[in-house]
Design a protein around this ligand. Structure first.
Ligand code: 13P
Length: 259
């Protein structure tokens, strides 16, 4: 199947793995995924593992990402981490606006927008997460919620940066629950995200942006989700903590790429 966007499969390890355990898991992922470049593979361990995982990934095509950052370069922000600190460990990506941070740490679209701009200013590519709660889906507000999150998160983003952005559509009700959006449900939202991007940045840029699906993606459902025309990858939580499961998802993308 010819898709002009390269699949991107990222593991969000969340609050899991010490630095030692992270090295083991990343080494296993490198071994399982192999030396391929058809699919972009990214690991996002906790901050405390970035240094060690960066070293473990050194001679492999697997890239490093972080799970969050603060928009400021430095200052009195106890417990926070800057974009420059992430770049020091050669992080390429940073997950921003994950629903767990929106909900548990009251992150607003405006604050997430500051982070998106700060990430680009420091050569980090954001993986901007958006998605509706079950309540919002049942009230038929999904597209409206996603629209607000995308426009709010991307204020003042230059076109040249926009094309390297990654968006992750993660319906909150599908995260860690074993409930996945059907491929058709996900595709509908992904297509509407691409329409919003077209409206903001024009069609040429919108066609380049990769939109990942996240929420209970696993080796059993990955292929049919990734097969959808506007699903360009996955942001994987639980299944990314097991090297074999994670590699199976990467291989599903690889198989589609080669079809
Ligand atoms: P699960 O794959 O565990 O549902 O988590 C998805 C997620 O939140 C990735 O960011």
């Amino acid at each position: 199947m010819e898709k002009h966007r390269k699949y991107i499969i990222a593991g969000n390890w969340k609050l899991n793995k010490t630095a030692g355990e992270s090295v083991e898991l990343s080494e296993s992922v490198v071994k399982e995924v192999g030396d391929q470049s058809n699919v972009e593979v990214v690991l996002c361990p906790p901050f405390t593992s970035l240094d060690a995982v960066s070293t473990a990934l050194e001679d492999s095509p697997v890239k490093l990402g972080a799970q969050n950052m603060h928009p400021s370069a430095s200052g009195a922000y106890t417990g926070e981490i800057s974009a420059e600190m992430l770049r020091y460990f050669y992080a390429t990506y940073v997950i921003l606006g994950h629903s767990e941070r929106r909900k548990q740490f009251q992150e607003s679209d405006a604050f997430i927008n500051e982070k998106v701009l700060a990430a680009f200013a420091n050569n980090l590519k954001p993986i901007l997460c958006v998605g509706e709660t079950l309540e919002q889906r049942e009230a038929d507000q999904t597209l409206e919620v996603v629209d607000t999150q995308i426009r709010g998160g991307l204020v003042n983003l230059p076109e040249k940066d926009a094309e390297t952005l990654v968006i992750a559509y993660e319906p909150v009700w599908a995260i860690g629950t074993g409930k996945t959006a059907t491929p058709e449900m996900a595709q509908e939202v992904h297509a509407s995200i691409r329409n919003i991007l077209t409206d903001l940045f024009g069609d040429e840029v919108a066609q380049k942006v990769r939109i990942q699906y996240g929420g209970s993606m696993n080796p059993g459902n990955a292929k049919e989700l990734l097969f959808q025309p506007d699903i360009d990858g996955g942001l994987i939580g639980g299944a990314a903590l097991d090297a074999k499961s994670f590699a199976e998802i990467v291989n599903a993308a690889r198989a589609l790429e080669e079809e």
